[in-house]
Design a protein around this ligand. Sequence first.
Ligand SMILES: *[C@@H]1O[C@H](CO)[C@@H](O)[C@H](O)[C@H]1NC(C)=O
Ligand SMILES: *[C@@H]1O[C@H](CO)[C@@H](O)[C@H](O)[C@H]1NC(C)=O
Ligand SMILES: *[C@@H]1O[C@H](CO)[C@@H](O)[C@H](O)[C@H]1NC(C)=O
Ligand SMILES: *[C@@H]1O[C@H](CO)[C@@H](O)[C@H](O)[C@H]1NC(C)=O
Ligand SMILES: *[C@@H]1O[C@H](CO)[C@@H](O)[C@H](O)[C@H]1NC(C)=O
Ligand SMILES: *[C@@H]1O[C@H](CO)[C@@H](O)[C@H](O)[C@H]1NC(C)=O
Length: 630
Amino acid sequence: MARTSIFLLGALLLLCFWTSIGEANTEYLEYKDPSAPLGARIRDLIKRMTLQEKIGQIIQLDRANMTADIIKNYYIGSLLSAAGSVPAPKASPQKWVDMVNDFQKGALSTRLRIPLIYGIDAVHGHNNVYRATIFPHNVGLGVTRDPDLIKRIGAATAFEVRATGISYAFAPCIAVCRDPRWGRCYESYSEDPKIVQMMTELVPGLQGDIPATGRKGVPYVGGKEKVAACAKHYVGDGGTINGINENNTIVSQYDLFHIHMPAYLDSIYKGVATIMASYSSLNGVKMHANRAMLTGYLKNKLKFRGFIISDWQGIDRITPTLHENYTYSIQESILAGIDMVMVPYNYTEFINDITTLIEKNVIPMSRIDDAVKRILRVKFSMGLFEAPLTDYSLADKVGSKEHRELAREAVRKSLVLLKNGKAGAQPLLPLPKKAPKILVAGTHADNLGYQCGGWTIEWQGLDGNNLTEGTTILKAILNTVDPSTKVVYKKEPTSSFVKSGGFSHAIVVVGEPPYAETKGDNTNLTLPLPGPDTIQQVCGEVKCVVIVISGRPLVIEPYLAKMDALVAAWLPGSEGQGVADVLFGDYGFTGKLARTWFKRVDQLPMNVGDPNYDPMFPFGFGLTTTLSSS
Ligand SMILES: *[C@@H]1O[C@H](CO)[C@@H](O)[C@H](O)[C@H]1NC(C)=O
Ligand SMILES: *[C@@H]1O[C@H](CO)[C@@H](O)[C@H](O)[C@H]1NC(C)=O
Ligand SMILES: *[C@@H]1O[C@H](CO)[C@@H](O)[C@H](O)[C@H]1NC(C)=O
Ligand SMILES: *[C@@H]1O[C@H](CO)[C@@H](O)[C@H](O)[C@H]1NC(C)=O
Ligand SMILES: *[C@@H]1O[C@H](CO)[C@@H](O)[C@H](O)[C@H]1NC(C)=O
Ligand SMILES: *[C@@H]1O[C@H](CO)[C@@H](O)[C@H](O)[C@H]1NC(C)=O
């Protein structure tokens, strides 16, 4: 007994001795000292870095084909999950954490132990992750004109992203979509720059509020429940000719600074950590190679101190054909001011080419140092050096009840009532919860994939209800009506079915299928089949409310007279209950159009304030309803 104690005491003393020797041998590294000033930490670290280590910091790679050893051997500074690039189908938050931690351990086993920053397109909630809360796309959020709501959505999204070990969200998209033919129009809050500016509250939602002692304009990410944000796509992405994705934005200085630029100033003021360059060109100059706008304006004039990231293969698109001259692409983009390159696969090619350019002094070392300093500034300011690894403690935040309730609130506030009752007739909405028999029809009534839209689990979105968890509009109606109300659901009913059905009224849910980016470009903007037919068959026979699920206004005039009521629901996401909440009068309609609802595509582009403004429903339009008495 005594002998064991003496032995243990001896072992303990020996351990203390060794530990103190170890400490005595450890050089003080200022960059590792969280109490040292940020600038001093950055300077201390960068002076220790080799060229290879610096190059590694400016590379971002997709997680596919990635290993901890590659990260270690090439000093890779950043990874991303592109849309649908997941550790496994339907992976749990824990599985995500394990994956990110494994990569992070690769980075932490390098000489200087510089942590990775891991990014993802969390653009309407943590949308790549199974069972995450899917919020309405921005086109619906703009309708709410509720910056506090947007901030709360940012905070909820940050929680869900951090819960999976990820520290960086490629959001908000602050595009000002000026032409709904653009396939990304639903990623834009509004055609009105003032609404887009208001919605930059997503930045402090994601990153936290700059503390009183902080400096406006300097990247700030507050703690382990927050993520770095990314204002995108700089600049003019929403103003391309005819809404063609990634095309040329021809714009006067006045319009550039009054339409497309203001929300960047707000984002920078609110401490946004990163800005993503746009694939598009500005007056013929590719934004990824636009030195005047990236370095001259953003960095020198506005004093933006975070980093500028490229888009996916964004530098490869500087040349007329993709990846035509990679050396040229690297040279032009880095000299223009891009700090981090979303490569996203061939890191050896990038490393070889940029090394040659630096050795030949085509790219000066000062430019590389500037890029690395900016990236390190974000990593330090986020506390990544102190807490690079994630535990499972936030796992239950993913798709939590609280977040789903928030999304449901957002859905309620994003609906716009465009028509309520035929001329001279009583309003149809709110619908009574108690009715003998109602019909629910349309391709979009019971399809979670359709109501979530693009950027949901997969890049292009999905069809059906088994992709993730949520409430379809049909399910929401069933949850809401009185138990005595018989609900009949038929996707594509014929008029004779409707006529003989004895329905008191019908709810028809139609719209666009999911899409993302260029695949969403559309020059006709007609209501896709079989939507028009379903409206004809149903609304000809019974009183009907039509709910349109779409990423933008569509040509609706030909069917409008047939409908008793019309609701624009945009892309509401996983919480369809919010639609039923308002339809049945538990809440009133409050949404006002944040986009002009045009009559015909030949009017486009047509935005609020334009001469010859002749819309179907003007910007700001939206009817209200009284609450149901039931
Ligand atoms: C990495 O994976 C992606 C997608 O899985 C694939 O398209 C790409 O060619 C791969 N790249 C390399 C370098 O293996
Ligand atoms: C814009 O689109 C047109 C037509 O598709 C194409 O010819 C042109 O190269 C595009 N311009 C840019 C800058 O992408
Ligand atoms: C690629 O770009 C580099 C750098 O601008 C240039 O020197 C070279 O001639 C180009 N190569 C080709 C094949 O065009
Ligand atoms: C990466 O680029 C190099 C050219 O620099 C090429 O030889 C190699 O095949 C590429 N690797 C992949 C996997 O595409
Ligand atoms: C999901 O549903 C689709 C059709 O709606 C079906 O093709 C697919 O096999 C289903 N997937 C799973 C994993 O159940
Ligand atoms: C409208 O354009 C879309 C996208 O290009 C296309 O899929 C659809 O068939 C077109 N519809 C009509 C009626 O032309």
